[in-house]
Design a protein. Structure first.
Length: 225
């Protein structure tokens, strides 16, 4: 079972851009909670607490226990708007989750044991992580905060695909149901490419004189008698 993560919020009635600006000036962040066969609810969350939570990976993938005016509901973060250059969160969208309904969420991939793998111990080999997260489907109780990918057997020339990831019980990757073209590579181990030196273009001095094209000379003016 994943660790419980708590977020405290307060319901709000004021709507519109002006009300949102006033909230931000007072240190609050406007947000909305929707889904779960209930009406959307506008809420506000204390910015400093929210900012600290947003520095953690779990904030973006785990189910959160959100208390709104004392009533706890389980939610997932669906969208977050940040200020373009300030350390400020502007708005958030949260989705209510139902214990008996499967949900889809993006989960981080944690790559382990790369340094002890044959590829990791080989000189001149580059191991690239093509994906850092994957969308999964499961019941809320089965949602992992991350999926561990063991690279201990990774050899030079190997390509690991989504279908090779060992998933927790009750978790599936919906993309794999749509055919082999959706079985994306997640890790590639290959020798570093040696870039060939580009051959310098020949200068006019190196071109045979017979092949150097010269502009037509202007016709000579007639001599005066």
């Amino acid at each position: 079972m994943a660790t419980n993560h708590n977020i405290t919020a307060t319901g709000r009635k004021d709507e519109g851009k002006g009300a949102s600006r006033r909230l931000r000036r007072s240190g609050q962040v406007p947000a909305i909670v929707y889904g779960g066969h209930q009406d959307p609810q506008s809420i506000q969350i204390e910015h400093n607490h929210l900012w600290l939570a947003s520095q953690n990976e779990w904030f973006y993938s785990a189910i959160l226990d959100m208390s709104v005016d004392g009533k706890v509901q389980k939610v997932l973060l669906r969208d977050m708007q940040r200020h373009p250059f300030k350390q400020q969160i502007l708005h958030l969208d949260f989705l209510r989750v139902s214990e008996n309904e499967a949900l889809r969420a993006k989960v981080p991939l944690h790559f382990v044991n790369q340094e002890i793998s044959p590829a990791g111990k080989s000189a001149g080999v580059v191991v690239t992580h093509e994906l850092n997260e994957v969308e999964v489907s499961c019941l809320p109780k089965d949602l992992p905060e991350f999926i561990e990918v063991d690279l201990s057997a990774l050899a030079v020339g190997d390509i690991m695909h989504l279908s090779q990831v060992k998933l927790p019980k009750g978790v599936t990757i919906p993309a794999l149901a749509h055919g082999k073209e959706h079985d994306l590579a997640i890790v590639i181990a290959k020798h570093a490419r040696v870039e060939a030196e580009e051959t310098a273009a020949p200068t006019s001095a190196e071109v045979p004189a017979a092949k150097v094209t010269k502009p037509d000379a202007a016709p000579a003016a007639p001599k005066k008698k």
